[in-house]
Ligand binder design. Structure first.
Ligand code: GUN
Length: 292
C-alpha cells in the first residue's frame, strides 16, 4: 500500500510555481495577484482563507484579502465583486463560500468575471470544462487529477466510482474522470439515493469519496488493490486537539488502507492539493493562459 502524500506534493508544486513566478518577474512580467473576499467569521472559512493567503506568499504572488461583516447586503457584495472585475491589477479572485443565508451564492458566482474566476465555479468555466475546452478547473477535482498523475496511477479504461454529486467535487470529478484527455475512465456516480452503492464500490478500481459522511467507506466495500481518494473533511470534536476538533475523512482509513494499492490520508491528502491548485489557476490567470 502506498500512502499518497498530498502535503509533500503540494509543497513541491508550490516550489515549482514560485520558480516560474521568479522567472516571470525577472523577465519583466507581472507578479500574479489573487484577491479573496471573506464574509463573516465562519471558523472553517477563516482557516481556508488564511491558508490561501499563506500559499500566495509561498508562490511569490501578491494577495489581497477583503473582509466584510455578515451584515453586508447582497447588492453591496455584488458591487465589491464588480470592483474586482474591473481592477486591472487583480488577475483572479475568489469569494469564499458559504455566504450568509440572505445572499444568493449563485448570483455572486455568476457576477464574477469568468476570466478571473480562479475557483472555476462560474457556469462558463463549468461548461467549458464539461466539453473539454481550456478553462479554470475547480481546485479539488484538479488536485485529485494531479495526485493521480504524479503517482502514475493508471485511470484509462479503469472503473471509477465517485461518491457524491456536489457542484464543487462530485459533478466536476465525474466529468474529468470520463474525459479522454484527463481520466479516460468508466465513471459511475453514486449518491444518497443510489441502490447497490456497496456493489458498485466493490467493483471499482478507483473510489473517490466526497459525501461528507465520516467513515462511510468500509473495508467490505473496497476491492483488493483499489485506489481510494478521500475528499471528506468533517470536523468532529476531539478534546485532545488544541483546536477542539479533528478532521475526519469519508473513509474508515485503518481498515480500508491495508486493502488498497494507493490511498490518501485525512488530513494531508486531498486537502493541501486543493489550495495548491487554486495557486496553479492563479498562475494561469496571471499568464492569461485561458482568456485574454
Ligand atoms: N468553500 C469551500 N471550498 C471552497 C472553495 O474551493 N472555494 C471557495 N470560494 N469557497 C469554498
Amino acid at each position: 500500500m502506498t500512502l499518497i502524500d498530498g502535503k509533500a506534493t503540494a509543497t513541491q508544486i508550490k516550489a515549482e510555481i514560485a520558480e516560474e513566478v521568479k522567472q516571470i518577474v525577472e523577465n519583466g512580467g507581472k507578479r500574479p495577484h489573487l484577491a479573496a473576499i471573506l464574509v463573516g467569521h465562519d471558523g472553517g472559512s477563516e482557516t481556508y482563507v488564511r491558508n490561501k493567503v499563506l500559499a500566495c506568499e509561498a508562490c511569490g504572488f501578491k494577495s489581497t484579502l477583503l473582509r466584510f461583516e455578515d451584515t453586508i447586503s447582497e447588492a453591496e457584495l455584488l458591487a465589491e465583486v464588480d470592483k474586482l472585475n474591473r481592477d486591472e491589477d487583480v488577475d483572479g479572485f475568489i469569494v469564499q463560500l458559504p455566504l450568509p443565508k440572505h445572499i444568493s451564492e449563485q448570483k455572486v458566482i455568476e457576477a464574477i468575471d469568468y476570466r478571473k474566476d480562479v475557483d472555476g465555479f462560474h457556469p462558463i468555466n463549468v461548461g467549458r470544462m464539461a466539453i473539454g475546452l481550456p478553462c479554470y478547473i475547480s481546485a479539488t477535482p484538479k488536485g485529485i487529477l494531479e495526485l493521480l498523475r504524479r503517482y502514475h496511477i493508471e485511470t484509462s479504461g479503469r472503473k471509477c466510482v465517485i461518491l457524491g454529486r456536489s457542484n464543487i467535487v462530485g459533478k466536476p470529478m465525474a466529468q474529468l474522470m470520463m474525459q479522454k484527455q484527463y481520466g479516460d475512465a468508466t465513471v459511475t456516480v453514486c449518491h444518497s439515493h443510489s441502490r447497490d452503492l456497496k456493489k458498485e464500490c466493490q467493483e471499482a478500481d478507483i473510489i473517490i469519496a466526497a459525501i461528507g459522511q465520516p467513515n462511510f467507506v468500509t473495508a467490505d466495500m473496497v476491492k483488493e488493490g483499489a485506489t481510494v481518494i478521500d475528499v471528506g473533511t468533517t470536523r468532529v470534536p476531539d478534546a485532545t486537539k488544541k483546536s477542539g476538533f479533528r478532521l475526519n475523512g469519508d473513509v474508515k482509513f485503518d481498515e480500508v488502507a491495508p486493502k488498497c494499492s494507493y490511498i490518501t490520508p485525512v488530513p494531508g491528502g486531498v486537502g493541501p492539493m486543493t489550495i495548491c491548485m487554486l495557486m496553479k489557476n492563479t498562475l494561469s490567470a496571471g499568464k492569461k493562459e485561458f482568456y485574454q
